[in-house]
Design a protein around this ligand. Structure first.
Ligand code: FAD
Length: 502
């Protein structure tokens, strides 16, 4: 334990994690600390990571960013959810939308009223009861109308799809304007004190960067947390067997969709992320079940427009560092862990790493209890995201390839199995602790992938069938009418936040 007052913070890495960390610290610590960020142009950044979830709006709001300006600078589009194609069975299609399902009563979740009718073959698909999903299906978008909290128009929840390198550049300008010093150069040596704490980084040209708190945002390699401190890694690839991605941008398609698409293939899935100036695409697959050549050819044959670059391969190992914080090093971003991008959780986990660091900030020195608590909560954050992503692979009826047979029959973590069993018996689900994904998220993915409950919450039977039908009809009609009045996503962007043509 050390009790000196912290002064110098060094962020290692200038990708999304590094610049998000530098901007959050420079904003919240108000110039009281000396913050330096070291990045290497020669090494560069991973260059993917373009789809987000709604919590990022909070991050941008904390930085007091102007949303329209942020959209323009990063060529961003709005995201209402993710469309999943071919997951439960080939030919299946559902949207996992952000925001509430239907209109809750005080006793029973809306979903159970719908479920009763659905199990009797009397209700349309769940998509009709979320404003986000109905709007997404029509390529519509508008921001939530805060003065209409009881209308579906007040319940629209959005995230963004943006160009990752432009976001990093945007946050770099933000951070430098608030005093962050940027050092360009490749770190060749890491110096440690006798107790193992990092004391300085030495660059290839001999320059030295000293610090007291080091934030490792150096990407998969984990320059400080792993290569120097040998913290260890928990491997989760038996639950999430994809280990490679091929990424390629392509020209835009005519309709600007306000959602990310995830299309399952024979040994993985393909992302489609529409930005203002191009579409980001990638094929995530398991190299145990498919060759790189085959994966590349599937990707290149499934683009909406002309490829704008050569396809690029990224390899990864799903899992997380055994300790996110070790000695005076806090790892944030890919250096801390990685869960494949199916539910766009990585940037969110960066955000959580920063938020919890601020909560346990070692202003007066490093305390073992703070570090322990930080590691506990970050471990939970990763495991919650992991279980939700595993659900997509486990909850399938696909038996057309060895990959899907493996996923469908694999054992899953105990908590996930419990959630599946509970939902199958009576349609109930729950949110564990401060888990990121809520009941609405679990219900949509389980239903979308054909997990069917045997029954519903029996309290639903307190209301007559006639009344339930009236209730469902009213909710879906109001949602449809609201979506009809929303502008097209492309028109909304053109009117508020279109980037300059490149
Ligand atoms: C295929 C794929 C798709 C993804 N899609 C999504 C998505 O849709 N949504 C989402 O939320 N996330 C996604 N992610 C995750 C997302 O890309 C990352 O979380 C995000 O980009 C943060 O990366 P990073 O900053 O941790 O690492 P990097 O971008 O790799 O940055 C590492 C930095 O460290 C520097 N560095 C490393 N070594 C040295 C050295 N010796 N000296 C000096 N500098 C050094 C590098 O120069 C660089 O600046 C995806 C990831 C992958 C692999």
């Amino acid at each position: 334990m050390e009790q000196s007052k912290l002064k110098k913070i060094v962020v290692v890495g200038g990708g999304t994690a590094g610049w998000m960390t530098a901007s959050a610290l420079s904003k919240t610590l108000k110039g009281q600390y000396d913050i330096t960020l070291v990045e290497s142009d020669q090494i560069g950044t991973i260059g993917v990571g373009e789809a987000t979830i709604p919590m990022i709006e909070l991050f941008n709001r904390m930085l007091e960013l102007d949303e329209d300006e942020f959209m323009r600078q990063t060529q961003a589009t709005f995201k209402l959810g993710i469309e999943f194609v071919n997951w439960g069975r080939i030919g299946d299609r559902y949207i996992h939308g952000f925001g509430p399902i239907g209109q809750d009563t005080w006793t029973v979740d809306f979903y159970h009223y719908w479920l009763k009718q659905y199990l009797d073959g009397k209700a349309p698909e769940l998509d009709h009861f979320l404003i986000n999903n109905v709007a997404a299906m029509g390529n519509k978008f508008m921001r939530a109308q805060r003065d209409m909290p009881n209308s579906p128009l007040g319940q629209i929840v959005h995230a963004y799809q943006f160009d990752a390198s432009l976001y990093a550049r945007f946050l770099r300008n933000f951070s430098e304007a608030r005093g962050v010093k940027r050092v360009e150069g490749k770190i060749a040596q890491v110096r440690q004190r006798e107790d193992g704490h990092i004391s300085a980084l030495v660059l290839e040209d001999g320059r030295k960067v000293e610090g007291e708190l080091f934030i490792d945002c150096s990407g998969f390699r984990g320059l400080l947390i792993e290569e120097t401190l040998k913290t260890g890694y928990e491997d989760w690839s038996h639950w999430l067997p994809c280990d490679t991605a091929i990424a390629v941008p392509c020209a835009s398609a005519p309709a600007l969709t306000p959602f990310t698409r995830a299309t399952a293939h024979a040994a993985g899935w393909q992302w489609r992320i529409p930005l203002q100036h191009r579409i980001g695409n990638g094929h995530v697959f398991s190299s145990k079940f498919m060759s790189e050549d085959e994966a590349t050819s599937i990707l290149m044959n499934n683009l909406d427009g002309e490829a704008l670059a050569e396809p690029r391969t990224v390899r990864f190992r799903t899992g997380k560092r055994k300790q996110a914080w070790n000695k005076n090093v806090v790892s944030i971003g890919l250096s801390c862990g990685f869960i494949e991008p199916l539910e766009s959780t990585s940037i969110h986990l960066i955000q959580m790493g920063i938020a919890h660091l601020l909560e346990y900030f070692p202003a007066a020195g490093f305390q073992a209890a703070d570090i322990r608590q930080y590691n506990r909560i970050m471990s939970d954050e990763y495991q919650w995201a992991r279980d939700f992503v595993i659900l997509h692979y486990k909850a399938t009826e696909r038996n057309d390839t060895p990959f899907w047979n493996y996923c469908r029959t694999m054992e899953v973590p105990e908590l996930l199995q419990h959630k599946l069993d509970l939902f199958r018996s009576n349609g109930r689900t729950f949110r564990e602790g401060m888990e990121l994904f809520t009941k609405n998220n679990w219900v949509q993915v389980m239903h979308g992938q054909r997990v069917r409950p045997q029954s519903y919450n029996p309290l639903v039977d307190l209301i007559s069938e006639q009344e339930i039908k009236g209730y469902l009809d009213e909710v879906s009609t109001v949602i449809r009418n609201c979506a009809d009045h929303m502008p097209l996503h492309a028109d909304f962007i053109a009117a508020t936040c279109a980037a300059k043509k490149m």
